[in-house]
Design a binder for this molecule. Structure first.
Ligand SMILES: [Zn+2]
Length: 426
């Protein structure tokens, strides 16, 4: 079977109106998250669509995951279709949730208006356009090659924008991304039609608390200020940690450039007694702070181990414990994700890059995301390495007002996905 036929490309082009209509219908279902609206509605719509192409499907509610309730149930949809011949399994995953619209829109964010070849709306780019593009690619492929080798799967999942626990993480825990069942996963997130996103940096969130002793603010020498101790921590970070992070550069193709070094943000700092409400007319409490807390958000590179990342920071704190009188601290892990990067020479990446060269006519860029997305669950819980993000749309438009997706880009990406699919199933 030659899957790279002109017929396939022409068939995709003939589906232009259908592609626009599908994208608009998805945008018109406002799946805002938080709180997680209309997940069942969008899954039911997609279920009917996929069953028309011969997919069997299953609605799965992620019971008791963060945010799941009878008012806001976390519904997901998985769909399967075997072609009848021996082959591999290719899985497309898309998140159905979108973020808050915010201000500054000049069009209705849930109307899905198409103006001059661009479809506008919340989620147009991130990532209902990508979902529509992958569906059109597969529908076209099946109409030409109904008896393909292997199996095509889809999952439409909740909650990517809030961590993915009620979506991909839940399905991964149930075995839907196990390497014994699935060979390749493509997530059509908006990475631009000529780029393949191989993975992401690592994350470690932790809370650091310093301790002191409460005393009257007029006689601070009788107490011990946890805030001053935290000041010493921050000084260590400024003088020793930040300059060191600047020297740790990665070979990972992270975008943007600034994220090619290791980074750390201090997400928050709180110390001492909480200030009174605005309508309280009294004075703040005159006490020495007995506690001060910060949350650190350390993003690290594939060249670093999470143990060393933690050890570096604990080392600075331990030094303070011996060098600074009265210094006591506690550090608690909050969240961690290991960096991931799919193999550039894998079958999945080479099929996609050959198709990009053929359809778009350029050498694809390989990129790594500075933050994380659902690939983390597929790798960490599902234990599946063969996963990349590839899809239409301009990443910078995601989460912005007047978000849009170009119909031509969706068609080009659909061609790339359809051609690659043929090679991946064999
Ligand atoms: Zn997204």
């Amino acid at each position: 079977m030659n899957f790279k036929s002109e017929n396939l490309l022409n068939d995709i082009l003939s589906r232009r109106d259908d592609l626009i209509d599908l994208t608009q219908k998805l945008i018109k279902i406002p799946t805002l998250n938080p709180p997680g609206n209309n997940y069942l509605k969008i899954c039911e719509y997609l279920k009917i669509r996929m069953e028309k192409s011969g997919f069997t499907s299953k609605l799965i509610r992620a019971y008791d995951t963060p945010g799941d309730s009878d008012k806001f149930p976390r519904w997901n949809l998985v769909c399967f279709r075997e072609g009848g011949l021996q082959g591999k399994t290719v899985h497309f995953n898309g998140h159905t949730d979108v973020v808050e619209t915010g201000k500054g829109w000049t069009v209705d964010p849930f109307e899905g208006k198409c103006i001059d070849g661009l479809v506008y709306g919340r989620g147009a780019c991130d990532m209902k356009g990508g979902i529509a593009s992958s569906i059109i690619a597969v529908e076209s492929f099946i109409s030409l090659f109904p008896n393909y080798p292997g199996k095509i799967e889809f999952s439409f999942t909740a909650d990517e924008e809030t961590g993915g626990y009620g979506g991909v993480a839940y399905l991964a825990n149930k075995g839907y991304f196990s390497p014994s069942k699935v060979n390749s996963v493509i997530i059509p997130e908006p990475l631009n039609k000529d780029r393949i996103c191989l993975g992401h940096r690592g994350v470690w969130w932790a809370e650091i608390e310093t301790f002191g002793r409460i005393a009257h603010g007029s006689m601070p020498f009788l107490g011990d200020s946890a805030i001053r101790h935290m000041g010493a921590v921050l000084r260590e970070f400024e003088e020793k940690l930040y300059p060191k992070l600047q020297t740790i550069k990665t070979k990972m193709p992270v975008v943007p450039d600034g994220a090619k070094t290791s980074t750390m943000n201090i997400n928050s700092i709180h110390g001492g007694e909480v200030e009174q409400e605005e309508d309280f007319s009294g004075y703040p409490a005159a006490v020495v702070a007995d506690s001060c807390k910060i949350i650190i958000d350390r993003r690290f590179l594939i060249e670093e181990s999470i143990n060393n990342v933690k050890k570096d920071i604990k080392g600075l704190l331990d030094n303070l414990e011996t060098s600074r009188e009265g210094f006591k601290y506690k550090i608690s892990d909050l969240h961690e994700v290991i960096p991931t990067m799919a193999d550039k020479n894998s079958h999945l990446v080479s099929e996609l890059s050959n198709s990009i060269k053929e359809i778009i006519g350029v050498q694809p860029d390989y990129v790594i995301s500075p933050g994380t997305y659902d690939q983390k669950h597929i790798e960490r819980i599902g234990k599946l390495k063969n996963c990349v993000a590839y899809g239409p749309g301009i990443l910078d438009l995601a989460h912005q007002p007047d978000e849009y997706i170009s119909v031509d880009d969706m068609l080009d990406s659909a061609k790339v996905m359809a051609i690659s699919l043929g090679g991946l199933l064999k």
